[in-house]
Design a protein around this ligand. Structure first.
Ligand code: GTP
Ligand code: MG
Length: 468
């Protein structure tokens, strides 16, 4: 018997999927979300209900029900965000590195008290000693306070110049989803990305005989819909961005080899995606192998709270073979489906903002940074502030190495013209005032140097003590 996704059925009937969920609920059919599937038989039943003469009545009933459900949800959400806000307000922001003395001052306590607390935790420390993050967390627990850790370096990087501009609703346009492929070593991330690239990337202006990949990201096109794939799985930028709560990707593809199951890096990837609050689509790979056990993978996934759809949950799992190119279309379809539900939007008219996904010093071209534009449009000639460096965009290249003038939301471009090599994960922002950009970059560099001097001094002092 065939199956249909509620989301798709709603689309087919031109109805709100929430409405359909209510009807199914009335029919006593248990479903967890609009990503769940129902049998064709049930779908027919739902369709029939809409065809009935009292169609308006059905709509009326469900509408009011939807409304009340929405009301309840709204109040629930309001409550939730209230408590969240209180928590955030309560938390003391701690910039690391921090000494015992500085920490005591920050939380309005005597340094001696902190030393005693530390002793209780089995840590012997003096007032000038730096506290590591783990100890800080334990200490905060012990003292019954909430802290928010932020390393100075991260703070410098995350700094946005000027207020965060809220885009007007009428300026917002749909943007392609940014997808990161994650998973354990050798589970097939690169192979999968290559297969998608090979079959789905419209080759702009390049001759036959293979595509030369220039940057660590590319855009694939499926039925006129674009998806931006980030090619460097679990890499530095992703971790750095996540540490700051900022989001680099919209959707995570979790690749799990069916002959190997969930491994340490798979678990790590799950945690990353969960912490970022982004949807996870599982690609159970290598199903062509004789010892492939996709069902076992699904069993393992449930242990991480990822319950596959065919097991009654709402985690989308697709059995694929990257090597034999099996079910790749289905996987892409799922990515499009999930991204449509996320309703991703950006304002192409504003000054660009984004993130560095990789950067290097090129012998002939100078500092080269691959920038993922998250909002706005980046243009040649504009002044870019990227972490501790800045510069006027001299030239931009797309994934095929073609010269381009503009890069809109969700596109990755290679940028030439920065004065120095930025770090992966650095926040990137276009500024109208070139002088200001230069000043900010200089300030940040000075701050960074100060930090390094502090660190060096600390190290040499420790060495000195060791020698005594
Ligand atoms: P790292 O980048 O090292 O983390 O690995 P990866 O996840 O990118 O894996 P990669 O794509 O390099 O694949 C690892 C090995 O698995 C290669 O030998 C691939 O040919 C093989 N492989 C990938 N996908 C499949 C598949 O669907 N079936 C089979 N049988 N082998 C596959
Ligand atoms: Mg790889």
């Amino acid at each position: 018997m065939g199956k249909i996704r509620i989301y798709n059925l709603a689309k087919e009937l031109d109805k709100d999927s929430k409405e359909l969920l209510d009807i199914l609920d009335d029919l006593g059919i248990e479903v967890s979300s609009h990503m769940s599937t129902i049998t064709d038989e049930t779908a027919e039943l739902v369709k029939a209900m809409y065809k009935e003469d009292d169609e308006t009545a059905v709509e009326e009933i469900t509408e009011t029900e939807t409304e009340t459900a929405e009301e309840i949800k709204e109040t629930e959400n309001a409550e939730e965000s209230d408590t969240e806000e209180v928590e955030v307000l309560d938390a003391v922001e701690i910039e690391t590195p921090i000494t015992v003395k500085e920490f005591a001052e920050k939380i309005d306590k005597q340094a001696n008290n902190i030393i005693v607390e530390l002793m209780n935790l089995g840590v012997m420390a003096n007032v000038n000693q730096n506290l590591d993050e783990e100890t800080l967390e334990l200490l905060a627990d012990e003292l019954g306070i909430k802290i928010k850790l932020m390393s100075e370096e991260e703070e410098i990087k995350s700094m946005r110049i000027g207020p965060e501009i809220e885009d007007k609703a009428e300026d917002l346009e749909a943007r392609p989803p940014i997808v990161t492929v994650m998973g354990h070593v050798d589970h097939g991330k690169t192979t999968l990305l290559d297969v998608i690239r090979k079959s789905r990337v419209a080759v702009a202006g390049s001759e036959a005989g293979g595509i030369t990949q220039h940057i660590g990201a590319y855009q694939a096109e499926i039925d006129d819909k674009k998806i931006t794939f980030i090619d460097t799985p679990g890499h530095e930028a992703f971790t750095a961005m996540r540490a700051r709560g900022a989001q680099l990707t919209d959707i995570a593809i979790l690749v799990v080899a069916a002959d190997d199951g969930i491994m340490p890096q798979t678990e790590e990837a799950i945690n990353h995606a969960k912490a970022a609050g982004i949807p996870i689509i599982v690609a159970i790979n290598k199903i062509d192998k004789v010892n492939a056990q996709p069902e076992r993978v699904k069993q393992e996934l449930t242990e991480y709270g990822l319950v596959p759809e065919d097991w009654g949950g709402n985690t989308i799992c697709v059995n694929v073979s990257a090597l034999q190119e099996t079910n790749i279309d289905e996987l892409l379809e799922m990515i499009i489906l999930v991204s449509e539900m996320e309703e991703l939007k950006a304002n192409p008219k504003r000054l660009a903002e984004g993130v560095v996904i990789e950067a290097e010093l090129d012998k002939g071209r100078g500092p080269v940074a691959t920038v993922l534009v998250k909002n706005g449009t980046l243009q040649v000639g504009e002044t870019l502030l990227a972490g501790l460096t800045c510069g006027r965009v001299r030239a931009m290249f797309d994934e095929f190495g073609e010269n381009i003038e503009k890069a809109g939301p969700s596109t990755a471009v290679e940028v030439l013209g920065l004065n120095d090599v930025p770090n992966a994960g650095d926040f990137v922002q276009v500024l109208e005032d070139e002088k200001k950009a230069k000043n900010v970059a200089a300030e940040r560099q000075a701050e960074k140097r100060q930090q390094e001097i502090k660190q060096d001094a600390k190290v040499s002092l420790e060495d000195l003590y060791k020698q005594i």
